[in-house]
Design a protein around this ligand. Structure first.
Ligand SMILES: Cc1cc2nc3c(=O)[nH]c(=O)nc-3n(C[C@H](O)[C@H](O)[C@H](O)COP(=O)(O)OP(=O)(O)OC[C@H]3O[C@@H](n4cnc5c(N)ncnc54)[C@H](O)[C@@H]3O)c2cc1C
Length: 469
């Protein structure tokens, strides 16, 4: 029997009911959210509890197998998709889905890694609390995944990235040891903050099995508006005004270029519309848990911005349903691009103050060099985070698109470098951005990361092929 067959049998024998080997049953674990990227694995392991995670990691060590932790598989850089059918397994955390503790007086909860983000948000909302991480994939993404990618989303401006929501972690290390760092202390300076090593490590340093999470009072009021502006520099001026005039209660400030807005409209049914076309658009939202007149704050901002000529037009949502319609437009940008077929998806950041200049320059550079494509830019303005995507003007099949996409990416990344930005603001490195990540590592950071990797995973078993694995 081939070595891989023997390894599969050994795993199935040791963990009855916890090992999936049939191609059809493995398939959902070997494809990305958009059905484009595909992976390959010897088996999918589905541990029932933490002890079984430890046993499985140890068994994989004995059998010489690489372990690829997987949450909801909504990551956009191929981090959770193994690429070796002989020597890698998926370790799917989905069965570790208990909320172990919810303590309103401590503003914290402890959730297992396989809890779906939306399920945790719903559970804490019942106690009038809020887990402040909001993203399009929250109905599928899991706690372990959002921590391992240090996910962002639309509320970073107000609450920070996932890193800021993590108070403690429980982690199975590469040799099967369990590290219990599940405390809920806000202040703990007894040495360096070790848990941060695992946040954003994309499974390369160990398997997160549970997390203690920081909660905040649930916002009970919100006010939202769709705003039209003359151009991107005006978006920057509007952002600064909004921060000052809205008592720092901004919970989101998302921008769209006119092309992004047109694509969102294509994919929307009866979208909210401003009177005329504008040079840029913003979706702005304020939220608060207490008795604050958010509508008055938002109206005050709009009036001041119009008086200064920064805002050309705006619709204030009169109800929660209208606010949802405004937000549906933002989600429709993704849908509209996906419907058109192949495209270059990016997730880059630059210093906030440089964002308008960067977007203008990068879009112009790509379209000047490549008349066959056009650029779509939108994103989290307040975080300096842009999804600057590139689409073919006429439909292309994936094979023809590949070299075009590579050229567009090279031009985009050169612009990001020129603005001292990051080629991965939120989505991580995974397998898809590994080469671009390595090309930008300075020798000191590379040495530090490799040293950590050697210490935590000396045999290179954790998520091989991803990040520095
Ligand atoms: C429609 C859509 C919208 C999105 N919007 C955003 C957005 O606004 N902001 C944003 O930041 N991201 C966004 N994403 C990307 C994605 O949702 C996030 O990266 C999310 O954090 C991934 O969670 P997951 O459970 O699906 O992780 P997976 O995709 O399963 O895994 C991601 C990485 O984490 C590792 N991992 C997973 N679980 C564990 C664990 N328990 N222990 C150790 N390592 C683990 C995997 O090995 C992999 O490297 C979006 C994705 C989609 C499809």
């Amino acid at each position: 029997m081939a070595v891989s067959g023997a390894a599969r049998e050994a795993l199935a024998g040791e963990f009855p009911g916890g090992v999936v080997v049939e191609a059809e049953a493995m398939a959902p674990h070997l494809v990305d959210w958009f059905g484009l990227a595909r992976g390959a694995a010897l088996a999918v392991l589905r541990p029932r509890d933490v002890a079984e995670v430890q046993a499985m990691v140890r068994a994989c060590g004995r059998l010489g197998l690489g372990v690829v932790p997987q949450g909801g598989a909504t990551g956009l850089v191929g981090g959770a998709l193994p690429d070796d059918a002989e020597r890698q397994v998926v370790l799917s955390l989905g069965r570790l889905n208990r909320i172990r503790r919810l303590d309103p007086d401590d503003y914290s909860c402890v959730a297992e890694a396989g809890c779906v983000l939306q399920a945790v948000k719903d559970a804490v909302a019942e106690r009038d609390l809020f887990l402040p991480l909001s993203l399009g994939a929250q109905g599928t993404a899991q706690i372990g995944g959002v921590i391992s990618t240090n996910a962002g989303g639309i509320n970073v401006l107000r609450y920070g990235m996932m890193r800021e929501q993590v108070l403690g972690l429980e982690v199975v290390l590469a040799d099967g040891t369990l590290w219990n760092g599940l405390n809920t202390l806000r202040k703990n300076n007894m040495g360096p903050d070790l848990k941060q090593l695992f946040v954003g490590a994309e499974g390369g340093f160990g398997v997160i099995t549970a997390a203690a999470l920081r909660l905040v009072p649930r916002p009970t009021a919100r006010a939202a508006a769709l705003v039209g502006l003359p151009d991107l520099p005006a978006v920057a001026r509007a952002f600064h005004l909004a921060r000052r005039l809205c008592s720092d209660l901004l919970s989101a400030f998302e921008f769209l270029t006119p092309v992004a807005m047109a694509i969102a409209r294509e994919a929307s049914v009866n979208p909210p519309a401003l009177a005329g076309d504008c040079g840029a658009y913003v979706l702005v939202e304020l939220a608060a848990p207490g008795p604050v007149d958010l509508d008055a704050l938002l109206e005050g901002f709009l009036e001041a911005a119009m008086a200064e000529g920064v805002v050309a037009d705006g619709i204030l949502a009169a109800s929660g349903a209208q606010a949802d319609r405004i937000w549906a437009l933002r989600e429709a940008v993704n849908e509209g691009q996906a419907r058109r077929g192949v495209f270059l998806r990016s997730d880059v950041s630059v210093p906030l103050s440089a964002l308008p200049a960067f977007v203008g320059r990068a879009c112009a550079a790509i379209e000047a060099a490549m008349p066959e494509v056009f650029a779509v830019a939108y994103g989290h303005f307040g975080d300096g985070n842009v999804h600057l995507n590139v689409l073919p003007r006429t439909p292309m099949d994936p094979a023809a698109w590949k070299p075009v996409e590579a050229r567009a990416k090279a031009i985009l990344n050169a612009e990001v470098d020129a603005f001292a930005g990051s080629i991965s603001a939120e989505h991580g490195v995974g397998r898809l951005k590994r080469a671009d990540f390595e090309a930008r590592l300075d020798p000191e950071k590379r040495a530090l990361l490799l040293g950590l990797k050697r210490m935590l995973d000396p045999e290179g078993r954790m998520n091989p092929g991803s990040q520095l694995g």
